[in-house]
Design a protein around this ligand. Sequence first.
Ligand SMILES: Nc1nc2c(c(=O)[nH]1)N[C@H]1C(S)=C(S)[C@@H](COP(=O)(O)O)O[C@H]1N2
Ligand SMILES: [Mo]
Length: 238
Amino acid sequence: MSRLDVPEGAPVGRRVFLGLAAFGLSGIVWGSKAAGLMERLLGPLAVKDGTGLLGLLPTGRFRIYSVVGSLPNRAPAAWRLDVDGRVGAPYAIGYDELLALPAVELTKDFQCVTGWRVPRVRWKGVRLADLIDRAAPDGGVTAVGFESFDGAYTETLTLEQARRNDVIVAYELDGKPISSAHGGPVRLYVAPMYGYKSLKWLQRITLVATAEPGYWERQGYDTDAWIGRSNGRGDEPA
Ligand SMILES: Nc1nc2c(c(=O)[nH]1)N[C@H]1C(S)=C(S)[C@@H](COP(=O)(O)O)O[C@H]1N2
Ligand SMILES: [Mo]
C-alpha cells in the first residue's frame, strides 16, 4: 500500500520511493483520527510532484494515491465500462462512445479527507445519472457500487446521491485526458464528497438493493462523505 506523489506521467521507480521515504511523515498534523488512519495505511512513502518536493504539507497540488502500490494503466482503446446489476438493460460502453455522450463540466476544489485541497480543479465527463438511466434500473435499486481495474478499490453511493448533477464519470482533468496516475482513462468524480469517493480506474458500475461499504468505509471512514459534514472535519464545502 503506497501513497505516491509523482510528476505527471513519470515512472515511479524504487529508487525514488526509497529516497523520498527518507523524508518521513513527521510533519503531518492530522486533521482527525480518521484522516490519520488513511495516511498510516497508505504508508510512509511520498512526496513529490512537478512542483518539486511537496513535503508533507498542502501545496495546492494533488497527491497521487493508489492502495495497490502501483499505478494501473489501461489504454483508452482497451478500456470499457460495464453497467450491470438489478437492471433491465445491462450494457458495456467503450471510451469513444462515452466521449460522444452529452458532456458536463465542473470546476471545484478537490479535497482529501487527510486535509489536502486542490483549488479550482476542472473536470469533464458524463453525468452518472445518464449512464444509470440507460441501464433501466429496477424498482428495488437503492444504491450503486463502483469497481476499479486496480483489482482492490471499491466505492458506493446511494441511488439518490448517484443521480446528482455534480456526480460524473470523468475523462478530462484540467483540460487534458485523465492520466493513469490520476485514475484514467476514466474515473468517478463525486464533487460534494471527500476524494476517496472519487474512485480511480473505473471499470464497473453495479446497481444494487443494498450498499456494500467501499474500501475506505471498511476502515472506518463515513459512507456519506460530504465535505465538511462528515469524518469529524469542518472543511468548507467544495
Ligand atoms: N482506485 C483508487 N481510487 C482512489 C484512490 C485509490 O487509492 N485507488 N484514492 C482515493 C483518495 S483517498 C483520493 S483523495 C483520491 C486522490 O486522487 P488522485 O490520486 O488523483 O490525487 O482518489 C481516490 N480514489
Ligand atoms: Mo483521500
